[in-house]
Design a protein around this ligand. Structure first.
Ligand code: UDP
Length: 480
């Protein structure tokens, strides 16, 4: 009978979209497996991250270690992409991670690093820890990332040079217009970093992915048949925040307003933790919502031209007073009865879980996508950056739970008439009902996967078992 608790360490890269699924995984290890959990967070000074960490609903479940901030300004141009900045911050944090792990008692038996943390595997090796990648996205994204570095240079060139689809054996291919930014320019530093990440991933003891068997059966089967024959893949999702994740006192008026609206009548509009629209696009969204004559909650932040992820490290800095000057004159007054405009940050898990919400216009970050699915809310897809275009295609074309604009919002201005029409398609038209019943099926399959005996529950138990066995092995070694 084992008496010492198994201790695992999780490493989250900067950004709310990365931190949230890691916190959920930590919570699951603590509650489902009774593990001791240490979560390493690479520090950023965004007020949202800090306030989330201060206000965790279950702080006793794990130990959070904020690694000291690193200065990457001398290493990169100021206009380097957000992903490159994250990669460099992770790299520069490795010495602090190493020294912090060396002080932990008992020493963790495993390290779970997200996509941008795979360089920390060298530290896991030094301390004889198991090492896992935690892909806080879906299996299709995992397949693209792990497969790309292994293919012939000529096939890579077909994709980025001749804009041909990226064929992934056994999986849906990735159209060039949906592809990852990292796969578009071999001269960009990001291209090489992604190749490195893909190669490092296969050195892990296993890969956890935030999806579930019934959501992506074909992709998971082909991953297992192909590239990952020797590398176990564990679909453990959906790992999502649920109601009760936010401190509601600040948001009680918002929920009171929702309480007064008819069932499934409100469209929630949000572009994630960092998504930003251009000034002209903000105006079109505002008019589209107004013309639709439907109820809405819209999380706004100041527009930025030519930077779709411009708010990634800036969330929480905006003003919270008055009508933002980037919205059409009189917008708030004209729409006072029909909608709410929330500056910067809203309690998304609570909003999507509210019965009055009937649709989500989303940038399709994977957390937002899952939060919509587990609440049975159909989507209007509005992908901006990272793997969001792939997610949008999956939602609209494969899963059948979303409508999409005719052209990519990153390529062309989506006009107010089209926005008005998409909102009505989701909230008013028969089409919306069909999408809603499909997404509710997915909601049930998600629930089934996560409950005791379900595929994701079992997959996480298998990972936990490996960690426990490793601990027993280490203890046996110490006892001689
Ligand atoms: N989120 C939130 N309130 C907001 C914006 C975002 O609570 O106003 C949360 C959202 O619920 C999700 C995460 O932040 O859990 C965003 O992650 P996602 O993967 O959707 O997108 P990213 O921000 O990484 O692009």
């Amino acid at each position: 009978m084992q008496t010492t608790k198994t201790h695992v360490a999780l490493l989250a890269s900067p950004g709310m979209g990365h931190l949230i699924p890691v916190l959920e995984l930590g919570k699951r290890f603590a509650t489902q497996n009774d593990f001791q959990v240490t979560i390493f967070v690479v520090a950023t000074d965004t007020s949202t991250v800090q306030s989330q960490l201060r206000n965790l609903p279950n702080p006793h479940l794990f130990n959070i270690v904020s690694l000291p901030p690193v200065d990457i300004s001398a290493l990169l141009d100021a206009d380097a992409s957000i992903v490159i900045k994250i990669i460099f911050m992770m790299r520069e944090s490795l010495p602090a991670l190493r020294s912090s792990i060396s002080t932990l008692k008992p020493r963790p038996t495993a390290l779970f690093a997200d996509l941008f943390g795979t360089e920390a595997f060298q530290i896991a090796d030094e301390f004889e820890m198991l090492k896992y990648v935690y892909i806080a996205s879906n299996a299709w994204f995992l397949a693209a990332t792990i497969y790309f570095p292994t293919i012939d240079k000529r096939l890579q060139e077909e994709h980025y040079g001749r804009k041909q689809p990226l064929m992934i054996p056994g999986c849906r291919s990735v159209r060039f217009q949906d592809t990852l930014d990292a796969f578009t320019d071999p001269k960009d530093q990001l291209f090489d970093e992604y190749l490195r990440i893909g190669l490092e991933m296969v050195t892990a003891d296993g890969i956890l992915v935030n999806t579930w068997e019934d959501l992506e059966p074909t992709t998971l089967a082909s991953l297992r048949d192909g590239i990952s024959k020797l590398l176990p893949i564990y679909p453990i999702g959906p790992m999502v925040r649920t109601m009760g994740s936010s401190h509601m006192s600040e948001n009680s008026s918002l929920l009171e307003w929702l309480d007064m609206q008819p069932t499934e009548s409100v469209i929630y509009v949000s572009f994630g933790s960092g998504g930003t629209l251009s000034a002209n696009q903000m105006i079109e969204v505002a008019w589209g919502l107004e013309l639709s004559q439907q109820r809405f909650i819209w999380v706004v932040r100041p527009p930025m031209d030519n930077d779709v992820s411009g708010s990634f490290f800036k969330v929480g800095d905006g003003s919270s007073d008055g009508t933002p000057d980037y919205l059409p004159d009189g917008f708030l007054t004209r729409n006072a009865k029909m909608g709410l405009v929330v500056p910067d940050w809203a309690p998304q898990a609570e909003i999507l879980g509210h019965a009055s919400v009937g649709g989500f216009l989303s940038h399709c970050g994977w957390n937002s996508t899952l939060e919509s699915i587990v609440n049975g809310v159909p989507l209007i897809v509005w992908p901006l950056y990272a793997e969001q275009k792939m997610n949008a295609t999956m939602l609209a074309e494969e899963l059948g739970v979303a409508v999409r604009p005719n052209e990519m919002p990153t390529e062309n201005l989506v006009k107010r008439e089209e926005i008005e029409m998409m909102v009505r398609r989701i909230l008013v038209d028969k089409e919306g009902q069909a999408l809603r019943s499909r997404v509710k099926e997915l909601k049930h399959s998600a629930k089934k996967a996560s409950t005791k005996g379900g595929s994701s529950y079992n997959a996480l138990s298998q990972v936990a078992k490996q960690c426990e066995m490793s601990l027993q092995g280490l203890m046996a070694k110490v006892m001689g």
